[in-house]
Design a protein around this ligand. Structure first.
Ligand SMILES: C=C(O[C@@H]1C=C(C(=O)O)C=C[C@H]1O)C(=O)O
Length: 372
């Protein structure tokens, strides 16, 4: 076949396919707008009854249903991303919501928040985890996002401690894969004399730094995003931060994925004032203090096993009121409305000096990586 003929065939076929895509897009647009009209009606109903806008239980059920229905080629990650954005736009239409997070912008907490709530909400950074709690408590923001544990470094103690004083509830959890890049304003790796980052990021990239930048001075900062801001101001300096930070602070990525261990993940909590209903795949977080008697912790945990519940986390923190006395934190795979959980709590309460539930919320899957 002549080249001209092949070109014409290609163009014709491309035009046909694109026409089909345009038709689908027109239908999608119409359907999304129809969906939003129903969403507005739901919003009016909720406003009348004084109900909250975000219904995590319903959203989790929507994801479960769509994932079962999906036959591809759309993959799970992209499906989740698309519907996160559609639902975020829906919530925003019912009532504009404000989400606060441990800032500044482009921290991993910000990335986790955007992956959870989508791009349609207003994001407000805070200088500390305590400020995130305060803003949600005061009601200036509807939800807060804070880190609670990292797969390599362990618990974020400050977050755990703040739950003692706070009446806020955990409304959701989010696992965010953490990947570090080396960012700088320009030039090459050979020009870098100083590297800024958060101590945890340094710890996570130790071997890489020893190999490629053994002579660079390492300067600790309060967050990887702050490190990026600093590196943006001076040539010859770099930051270890997210690729999102590169984009936000106009830096170049000199080396990507420089962390020593793959599968580095941080678990974030979404805190707020909502009570989240049962989905069937839930987690409940509890905080308690045991008495100072032999076997106290063993006895308090025993009902969890007796009622056949799965404990997925146990953490301890000093109470700070009395030396060598501890708060314990446990996560259990159940909802507080479950009968087995109710019975477990009844038994545990009898054996604790203090016990409170930090909330029941849908269990997140650790392997639903980030897309944004
Ligand atoms: C539309 C609703 O409000 C919100 C938006 C949802 C959606 O877009 O499907 C689902 C749950 C709520 O977080 C609803 O409650 O049904």
């Amino acid at each position: 076949m002549h080249k001209e003929q092949t070109d014409n065939n290609f163009k014709e076929r491309l035009t046909q396919l694109r026409e089909s895509i345009d038709n689908i897009d027109n239908n999608l647009l119409e359907l999304i707008n129809k969906r939003l009209e129903f969403v507005q009606d739901v919003g009016k109903l909720k406003a009348k009854e004084g109900c909250q806008v975000l219904d995590s239980t319903r959203e989790s059920q929507i994801f479960q249903r769509l994932l079962e229905l999906n036959k591809g080629p759309l993959n799970e990650k992209v499906l989740r991303h698309l519907f996160t954005q559609i639902m975020a736009a829906s919530r925003q239409l019912q009532r504009p919501s404000r989400v606060t997070f441990l800032g500044p912008e482009a921290t991993f907490t910000h990335i986790a928040a955007m992956n959870h709530f989508g791009h349609s909400v207003e994001y407000i950074p805070q200088p500390s985890i305590r400020d995130v709690f305060n803003e949600v408590e005061k009601g200036t923001c509807h939800y807060g996002v804070v880190p609670v544990e990292n797969s390599i470094e362990g618990a974020v103690n400050h977050t755990l401690d703040l739950f003692f004083e706070s009446e806020l509830k955990i409304c959701a959890e989010k696992y965010q894969p953490i990947s570090h890049d080396l960012l700088c304003k320009g030039g090459t790796i050979h020009d870098i004399q100083k590297v800024y980052s958060h101590p945890q990021a340094f710890a996570q990239c130790r071997r890489w730094l020893q190999k490629y930048l053994p002579k660079a001075a390492l300067k600790e900062c309060g967050s990887t995003a702050l490190a990026a801001q600093k590196a943006a101001k001076k040539q010859g300096t770099a930051a270890i931060a997210s690729s999102e930070a590169a984009h936000m602070y106009q830096l170049e990525v000199v080396a990507s994925r420089i962390e020593d261990a793959a599968k580095n993940t941080t678990r974030f909590l979404i805190i707020g004032k909502d009570e989240i209903h049962r989905t069937g795949e839930d987690k409940t977080s509890l905080m308690f203090v045991t008495s100072h008697i032999p076997g106290a912790l063993y006895k308090v945990l025993k009902p969890i096993a007796d009622f056949g519940l799965n404990m997925v986390k146990l953490e301890s923190r000093p109470t700070k009121h009395e030396n060598w006395s501890y708060f314990f934190f446990v996560d259990i795979e159940a909802h507080i409305e479950d009968e087995s959980m109710q019975k477990t709590l009844e038994e545990m309460k009898k054996l604790c000096l203090f016990l409170k539930s930090l909330g029941s919320y849908p269990r997140a899957n650790e392997h639903k990586g980030s897309l944004i």
